[in-house]
Each structure stands twice: as structure tokens, then as C-alpha cells.
Design a protein around this ligand. Sequence first.
Ligand SMILES: Nc1ncnc2c1ncn2[C@@H]1O[C@H](COP(=O)(O)OP(=O)(O)O)[C@@H](O)[C@H]1O
Ligand SMILES: [Mg+2]
Length: 273
Amino acid sequence: MRKHHKCANSECKTCECGLCCTKINNFGVKRSGIDILKNVNLHIHCGDLTAIIGPNGAGKSTLLKAILGEISHTGELQFLDAQNNGTTRPSIGYVPQKLDLDSSSPTSVLDLFAAAHTNMPIWFSYPQKMRERVRESLARTQGEHLINKRLGELSGGELQRVLLALALDPIPHLLLLDEPVSGIDQKGLELFYETVSTLRKNYDLSIILVSHDLSLVAEYADRIAFVNNKTIECCGTPQEVFTNTKVIQTFGLDWSNRFRRDEKDRVDNALMV
Ligand SMILES: Nc1ncnc2c1ncn2[C@@H]1O[C@H](COP(=O)(O)OP(=O)(O)O)[C@@H](O)[C@H]1O
Ligand SMILES: [Mg+2]
């Protein structure tokens, strides 16, 4: 199990994984000849949980897919060490916003992991070692009990945790999470954030999380990037972003009162909303 030292958020230090930060410079994405994102600049420190927020259709999922390499982009995407030298491309784990599943399919959670890790046809019985590995993976996201379930019978929250466990096996350098807009209840959502936060502490992952729950973002994120009008209009600490006029206007909420207290009260403050 790879584990590396935590980067100080304020300093740029190379972790044992060799990565220090992800830098996006003058990034742009076009689809069908139309600009979806342009002039995007973002700096993500290794070990940070960076949340991406913004209205529907702003380009949040597009940004993740472009970082992943699933769709092409212009501008620079660099993975750097502390000396600002480019490193080899890091391994990236990804949980998509939605997955079109055939609910009648017999494919189980175990089948999904086996397909990802081996070329074994799914009608074979799996070796005990494989079962143990999958159970260990699922334990990272509190999903051991889901191992024999069919994918179609999982709730939205359970599916999300299974996909998260899959994205973490093996542990990637960079984890991209695109939170579903619907299908997960508040309890499931809180469990998900709790799990992600624990993972980050244990594994020192860089996480980019597209989020729709501003209150959970305020509680858990180190940094927030606000995507609007095809670009990142504002980026900083939760306090900086939630007191930004454009953010307040877009979400139609007055968040400013929440950040008048000391930083140590941030969590309690977030939960009061
Ligand atoms: N394959 C595509 N072809 C053309 N436009 C697309 C495609 N996929 C997404 N878009 C457009 O890109 C914009 C951003 O989409 P998306 O990244 O999914 O937004 P978000 O995740 O912020 O809701 C939307 O206007 C959407 O209609
Ligand atoms: Mg999206």
C-alpha cells in the first residue's frame, strides 16, 4: 500500500510519489466547435482536497474529463515536482457523475472488480485471493458487504462507494470525483464526504471533487474553484470563495456570515446552514 508524506498546503514539497502539484495553464476545451472552457488556470497541491463548484452546464464535468485525457484540450496540463520539473503522468482514479447501468444485468460488484483487474471471463469462479483483494478495496469505502450484490440493485450511494473503491485500487496519485446530482440521500452524501476525507488523510491523495453540496464543501474542502462563464472565476479557501460576490450572486445565498468566526469554527459553521 503506497503512502506518502503530506505536503504542507502552503508549501510545495515533493511527496514520495514524486508529485508536488498539478498545474493547469490557459486551459481550453471546445466541443462541436464551441468553447466549453477557456482561459482556465488552476494549481492543485498534492494532498489537497480541491472542490469544483458552479452552476449546471458550467463545464465542471468537462474539466475533469479533459484532465483525465478523455477529451482533448488546448493549453498546458502539467504534473510537477517541487523544483517545478515536469514528472511523468500520474495515475488517475476517476468516478464519473453518472453510469448507465442495465438494472437487469447479472454483473456483480465482484465481477466489476475482476473485469478491471484480470482478463478472466465472468462465468469463472474467482480465486479466494481475488475475493480478498476486492473485499479489502471495498473496505476502504465501507462497502465490503456489497461484494456479491448485482450492480443494478445498488442504491445511488452504494454505487458511488463501489466506484470510489474501484478508482482507489490501486491507489492513484490523483483522484477525480464527479458527484452525481441526484440519486443519493443526504446521509449517503455525508458518508461519502467523510470517506473521501479519511482517504485523503490516510493516503495523502490529491483529490479534485465536483460538488453540488456547498455546505459539505465548506466543511471538507481545502480549496474551492468556482467554474462560471466557461472559466474559473474564483479560486481560494472556502472563506475566500464563499465571500466572493460572483459566488454569492450565482447561488443566491448570503454565505458571508458564516466566515466571520474563527477558522476553527468553520466546521460547526458549515453545519449550521
Ligand atoms: N459531447 C458534447 N458536445 C457538445 N457539447 C457538450 C458535450 N458535452 C457537454 N457539452 C456542453 O458543455 C457544457 C458543459 O457541460 P458539463 O461539463 O457537463 O457541465 P457541468 O458538469 O458543469 O454541469 C454544457 O453546455 C454542455 O451542453
Ligand atoms: Mg457535470
